[in-house]
Design a protein around this ligand. Structure first.
Ligand SMILES: C[S@@+](CC[C@H](N)C(=O)[O-])C[C@H]1O[C@@H](n2cnc3c(N)ncnc32)[C@H](O)[C@@H]1O
Length: 280
């Protein structure tokens, strides 16, 4: 083999190990080509970063897949609406009771913010329709600082919002010819923060944790451990919403599969489990 290629292969594996130890994200066959291209593009930067552990974060940032969309998986958002409003599918819900209030959501691996703003739009619309009482708390975290910078700025090319309906569009205002900006009333509802899911939990508990298209990049052997960890950040009866196909097999003891909609992969924190103690 060409020595340069051999070196490249060795470096490739070295950088893959760095990403996995820092984020849990495993470079699997399905995105190895993407990761390799990124490493080649940023080779000189990577060499510098290797000698300086302080730059590891910036290096990892360049390799993560941050693809996202507003309302990416509509059935999951419908599910959240149903859960928050104690809809007909929610066990124990009473249609005559007052709208629930003070609920909290966490968007884990929020990338550039589209998912978090979608959850904020959904929640605001439910509040306006009188199905929920304000205020709600929405925390959105990611390990990529560059993605969080875009999220906090809240400006997106118009083309990324083309598929939104008029009511959803109304939460944005023009920012020049090509961009739309999240309106201040919506923006103030979301707190963006840097957080690595491998680190201790934020120390709060949530009614809904939305963690989509993150675990799919984590080695299957590690996914159950992360599910168990996320369960520790749910309130009793709280829901964890993954993307379809992100987890197979028996969930950790603390979680029960919620079968409200077969197209949605969601879990309820079992009321009987001891929770949270391990991770805070
Ligand atoms: C493919 S994006 C998914 C974005 C959004 N959740 C969605 O479904 O559209 C995955 C995100 O997870 C983030 N991520 C990867 N590893 C992480 C970790 N250990 N802790 C927090 N975020 C992580 C990445 O930076 C990226 O922004």
């Amino acid at each position: 083999m060409d020595p340069a290629m051999e070196l490249t292969e060795r470096k490739f594996r070295h950088w893959c190990r760095l990403i996995e130890s820092h984020t849990g994200i495993a470079v699997s066959d399905c995105w190895a080509d993407f990761a390799r291209r990124r490493m080649v593009e940023h080779q000189s930067f990577f060499r510098q970063a290797e000698d300086s552990p302080g730059n590891l974060q910036a290096l990892v940032d360049r390799l993560l897949i941050k693809e996202t969309r507003f309302f990416r998986h509509p059935p999951s958002f419908n599910y959240v609406a149903n859960i928050l409003t104690g809809g007909p599918d929610v066990p124990g819900s009473d249609p005559q009771s007052e709208p629930p209030s003070g609920f909290s959501l966490w968007s884990v691996g929020c990338a550039s913010g589209e998912e978090a703003y979608s959850l904020a739009i959904l929640s605001e619309q439910l509040c306006q329709a009188g199905k929920l009482s304000s205020p709600f708390r929405l925390l959105a975290t990611d390990v990529s600082q560059s993605a969080l910078d875009v999220a906090s700025c809240g400006e997106y090319p118009r083309s990324r919002l083309k598929h939104l309906n008029a009511m959803q569009h109304a939460w944005f205002e023009p920012a020049g010819d090509k961009f739309l900006r999240v309106r201040a009333t919506l923006k103030k509802r979301v707190v963006f923060a840097w957080h690595n899911l491998l680190d201790p939990l934020p120390g709060k508990t949530f009614d809904v944790i939305f963690c989509q298209n993150l675990l799919v990049y984590v080695a299957p052997t590690r996914r159950k451990m992360l599910l168990e960890k996320l369960a520790g950040a749910l309130k009793p009866g709280g829901r964890l919403v993954l993307a379809p196909g992100e987890f197979f097999g028996a969930p950790p003891e603390a979680l029960v599969r919620d079968r409200c909609d077969p197209g949605v992969l969601a879990y309820r924190r079992s009321p009987n489990s001891a929770w949270g103690h391990k991770w805070h």
